[in-house]
Design a protein around this ligand. Structure first.
Ligand code: ADP
Ligand code: MG
Length: 342
């Protein structure tokens, strides 16, 4: 069959963004940066990069955008090498936009001007239309005449996103976009970013140290530590099977149970380099189980977070609020766990 014939010779589709064994360190700081990064991102994907402060998140983002050059390896965007800052007049890929922590706004100009100035004057009508559309999409049209210096952090963040968006980039890179935004605004901004991804089909790479961002938004979650990728998978998959205890703790503050305690309390035999990872919501109070003393009760509105201790074993669990108080003797049941590397 002709169709079959064609299929056989179809070339492998080139990944949209492709990092191949990319390393970058900093002068005088050879251990910092990122190393041996292999990464493929598909068009339209929402990728979250999660890691502690100093793990290399911003470095990775700058490499993808072309603000830094890799020392080793290569970065391809749609099959073409991304040029470094020394290789072009204006550093940064023209089809991408990066939004850094400092929003880089003209604080004394009006919101409208901040966004419109990103577009050329060749077609003034189109310039006006696109600016208005973008402001509406991010629900800041009512702020058009305000100076950005008079806006809240969340509103400024929106203006920064609008400035990037109005140029119709294919890829939007966001470096810790929620860090200067209060809790209420954070929720709305998360929803906005999700809309960007689903309605406009823009490829989004979001860097964050807050696991919730990655878990709630991303199609793909990348966990990095000391400049290396520890795990790269769908958020659910990473939660179900984190590669090691560090990932489980970083993601959802898992309880990490060592072999001696696993044998003692649960009759589970682990190798020396294995641990049980149990998320706080996978533990509950029961009629029988691990006998423990309540050491701390942290009020969380509709639940309490308990810190309990059974011999050498300390556990954190979330329970419906008001059930127990400090010093109570309780029984804790482990409803689910996974075995991970130490
Ligand atoms: P993150 O964004 O995850 O906090 P970065 O990518 O900014 O991490 O930094 C990774 C590591 O590289 C850190 O240890 C940081 O101190 C170091 N680093 C970043 N930029 C520079 C620089 N310009 N010169 C020297 N070291 C740097
Ligand atoms: Mg950073």
């Amino acid at each position: 069959m002709e169709a079959g014939f064609l299929l056989i010779f179809e070339p492998m589709p080139e990944p949209y963004i492709h990092l191949n064994q990319v390393s970058k360190s900093y002068p005088g700081n050879p251990l910092a940066g990122v190393s041996d990064i292999d990464l493929q991102i598909a068009q339209g994907e929402f990728v979250a990069v999660l890691g502690q402060s100093g793990s290399g998140k911003s470095t990775l983002l700058k490499l993808i955008y072309g603000l830094l050059s890799p020392e080793k390896g290569e970065i391809l965007f749609k099959g073409k090498r991304v040029l470094g800052p020394q290789e072009q007049l204006i550093p940064g890929h023209e089809k991408m936009k990066i939004i850094a922590q400092d929003f880089n706004l003209n604080t004394y100009a009006k919101v409208y001007e901040n966004i419109a100035c990103m577009l050329s004057n060749t077609d003034l009508q189109a310039k006006r239309r696109k600016t208005l559309e973008t402001m509406e999409f991010l629900r800041i049209d009512h702020l058009a005449e305000r100076r950005t210096v008079d806006l809240s952090g969340g509103e400024q963040q929106r203006v920064a996103i609008a400035r990037a968006l109005v140029t119709q980039p294919e890829v939007l890179l966001l470096d810790e976009p929620f860090s200067q935004v209060d809790v209420m605004m954070r929720k709305q901004l998360r929803a906005d970013l999700k809309r960007l991804s689903t309605q406009l089909g823009i490829t989004l790479i979001l860097v964050s140290h807050d696991p919730f961002d990655g878990l709630s938004l991303a199609d793909h979650l990348l966990v990095i530590r000391n400049g290396k990728i520890l795990q790269n998978d769908h958020p659910k998959q990473i939660v179900q099977q984190p590669v090691n205890a560090y990932v489980a703790e970083l993601l959802l503050e898992a309880n990490i149970i060592h072999p001696a305690e696993a044998a003692n309390w649960l009759a589970i035999a682990l190798d020396e380099d294995q641990r049980l990872a149990v998320y706080p919501y996978e533990l509950s109070l029961a009629e029988q189980g691990i006998s423990a003393e309540v050491k701390q009760v942290r009020y969380q509105a509709n639940s309490d977070e308990l810190e309990v201790k059974a011999g050498a074993l300390s556990l954190t669990l979330t329970v419906p609020s008001g059930q127990v108080k400090l010093g109570d003797e309780v029984f804790v049941k482990i409803n689910n766990y996974r075995i991970v590397q130490a």
